[in-house]
Design a binder for this molecule. Structure first.
Ligand SMILES: *Cc1c(COP(=O)(O)O)cnc(C)c1O
Length: 359
């Protein structure tokens, strides 16, 4: 095997997709599997579809194009509000997109008319997290009515995003507001909306405990399928029948030496312009692993599989690890690390990380 290597367990991702889809299905909720956290890999999208997700979502159109060309045969949803410069590609490669600007929606409609195609939109309602979406309910309602008059754009539904920027928690109160708004729109346009999208992984706990308001019928789930770690580890919400060791990065030891724990000489700035401080613990055994911040971005989001190992620092290309005095690691040994979402995002997108898919 070549290193560093990111081992991706497609079998686990498929099982996670199946567990989450089934839990949601019990509450009449469809799952859009969001693949952007794992470099939008085709194999990962296929595993999600095999697990039962009804749509595949990604933030970037190039990725949706890649997935469409690879034959992913469920509807593709663009999770980031589209750019005016990508409307043609949007109509070609995405079936559905999340939207919040009438100007953009009008541009989509024009391209649809030109191409004799249609495109579905979900209008985003900002319930206070303050990322994307209409903050003014009347403006959203007005936009919904405008779309009903368009021939190319189809109003598929409404949705919201919570927790991503403002860290606002999904609750019965804010999600009920979304359902009420859906009802208002439905009575104005005289038909049901197909999608009332209640958020992402952070909304899953409400599904599991059964408190999700009736009327929410769609979630866009990335982390809980790709990794299933945030809810059990950070939220202390158990996620039954899921694996959180779906990705493991393996990297090789390139140096092993006994060194002082405190740097020698006058201390100044590190590689990133920080002024670090050091505890003097005397001499210790240290390994340097050929993996760096350029690969994982966040060292504190790596989890050494060998619990005896302690990561003490990193630079762009090196990870420094304290190892117990009695361990028998040698040069060339391979260390394994599980990850949180942020490190997974970077590792899977890093140029110099090889990937191994396990089916
Ligand atoms: C990334 C994203 C998701 C998926 O979020 P997870 O927390 O990974 O489940 C859903 N919706 C939108 C709009 C996103 O940008």
């Amino acid at each position: 095997m070549v290193y560093p290597n990111l081992i991706i367990r497609l079998d686990y991702i498929q099982e996670n997709a199946a567990s989450i889809s089934q839990a949601c299905f019990k509450h009449a909720i469809d799952v859009c599997g969001v693949v952007k956290g794992l470099h939008s890999e085709i194999e990962v999208a296929k595993a999600m579809v095999s697990g039962g997700v009804r749509q595949i979502g990604d933030a970037r159109l190039e990725n949706l194009k890649k997935l469409k060309n690879a034959g992913i045969n469920v509807p593709l949803l663009l999770t980031r509000i589209p750019m005016l410069s990508e409307i043609e590609a949007l109509v070609d490669f995405a079936d559905i997109s999340l939207n919040s600007e009438i100007k953009t929606i009008e541009a989509i409609n024009e391209v649809c008319m030109m191409k004799k195609r249609s495109h579905k939109v979900v209008l985003m309602y900002d319930l206070g997290d303050l990322r994307e979406g209409f903050i003014d309910q009347e403006q959203l309602l007005h936009t919904a009515i405008q779309i009903e008059d368009m021939d190319g754009v189809i109003l598929e539904g409404i949705g919201t995003n919570l927790g991503c920027y403002g860290s606002v928690k999904p609750t019965i109160e804010n999600l009920s507001e979304l359902v009420l708004l859906a009802n208002r729109i439905e009575s104005q346009i005289g038909r049901k909306l197909n999608i009332v999208s209640g958020g992402a992984t952070s909304t899953l706990p409400m599904v599991l405990e059964g408190s999700i308001p009736k009327g929410i019928n769609h979630l866009r789930i990335g982390e809980s399928i790709l990794l299933a770690r945030d809810l059990p580890d950070l939220w202390h919400v158990p996620l039954p029948f899921t694996h959180k060791d779906t990705v493991v990065v393996k990297a090789q030891i390139v140096e092993l030496k006994r060194k002082p724990s405190h740097p020698i000489g006058e201390l100044f700035l590190d590689a990133f312009g920080n002024r670090p401080t050091f505890e003097d613990r005397g001499m210790e055994n240290r390994a340097i692993v050929a993996l760096g911040r350029q690969d994982f971005a966040y060292m504190d989001q790596l989890i050494p599989v060998d619990k005896e190992l302690e990561m003490i620092g990193c630079s762009s290309d090196h990870l420094i690890i304290r190892i117990p005095d009695d361990s028998d690691y040698k040069i060339g040994d391979v260390l394994s690390f599980e990850t949180y979402y942020g490190a997974m995002l970077f590792l899977s997108g890093a140029d110099h990380i090889h990937k191994t898919f396990i089916k």
